[in-house]
Design a protein around this ligand. Sequence first.
Ligand code: SPV
Ligand code: MG
Length: 433
Amino acid sequence: MGAKKVYTCFCTDVIHEGHLRILEEARKLGSVTVGVLCDEQSLRYNRFPTKTTAERVAMVEALPGIERVVVQNEILYDEIIRDLHPDYVVHGDNWGSASMQVIKKNIESLLQEYGGELVSVPYTRNDQVTRIDRQLDDKLMMPEFRRARLKRILGLVPIVKTIEVHSGLTGLIAEKTMVIEGEAIDQYDAMWISSLCDSTNKGKPDIELVDMSSRFRTIEDVMEVTTKPIIFDGDTGGLTEHFVYTVRSLERMGVSAVIIEDKTGLKKNSLFGTEVEQTQDSIENFCEKIAAGKRVQVSDDFMIIARIESLILEKGQEDALSRARAYVKAGADGIMIHSRKKEPDEILAFCDAFREEDKSTPLVVVPSSFNTVTEVELAEHGVNIVIYANQLLRAAFPAMQEVARSILLHHRAHEVDAQLLPIKEVISLIKEI
Ligand code: SPV
Ligand code: MG
């Protein structure tokens, strides 16, 4: 009788004591195959890998006593168990979270079909393991690692899910929110620093009044507590002579992309549409701004995305398309197309037409008013990045207003308490260094 087949999966960039202990237990049971979770699944389920799949495979191959290393392509074990048919799956006993419970049930039900067994090894929690865990997060926060990640994610997922943040706290929400839908685990890929929300949060109108130093301060607040890539709303980019400095600063900070819109003069929020006077920049001028930004950029990672306001200003698809062509030619790394229609039709029509002639330039869409459209539909029409541009701020305002009213009405805070986050949970949101 041959040795029993044992399988364990590693989802890590650094091998520590805990992994070695799992391997030791696995080896006692038979011949060990180790899976390395692929990049795409690592970023959905855990943190973004700081090493490529190939580097992680090589790291595991260097460990002693392993029969084989394979890439696990799904966080759930269906495919890998069907292929390997292991007698044992060995896993740390860190089954506490809801997502880990989904995985545990999945493994158990697959093994049950043929009498395989799940072996849980006590999860190692000591200073070294905690330190390594923290170091990985710290590395992901560093400008050079964070900046490059948007481009990498673009190559990994069908659509990059981006949510608006305007403070450290909203950054934490974007960073940590994870949902389980059936057996799928999901989280946001990137963050959007919206001019509308950054301004509104300061009680100011969205007219490029909040200056760049203040906008940068918001970026810093978010960066200090998060690891995910940042897309910055650069409004019109200002004067070309100023925009080049903005590009350098954003790049240095570790922002992954800036989106600038082709408007000129006093910018107003696009969702006003033609209700207020707004002037679109000339193609020539805007191209020069894009090209100037690209000229001063130092790294290959940073992206300048051109936002087209033709549909907002009711100039039609042809105008939008000719601008898209020109902006890409001028060096734009992506195109954002905006609309304030209730239905997504004009946006989807633009995306289809654009994709007919340009298969690769990333397309960005902000479905604030046409919010019935789904991520799957957008991806089907060639959209690569979806930005939920203002929902967190809009959620906070009515909630805070309601609480303020209730305290005034009842002359005490008792009545609202049930609607509030317990202080203990507020405290646990914030990680100490
Ligand atoms: C923002 O979030 O500030 C934007 C997107 O620019 S929109 O408000 O829809 O114009
Ligand atoms: Mg804006």
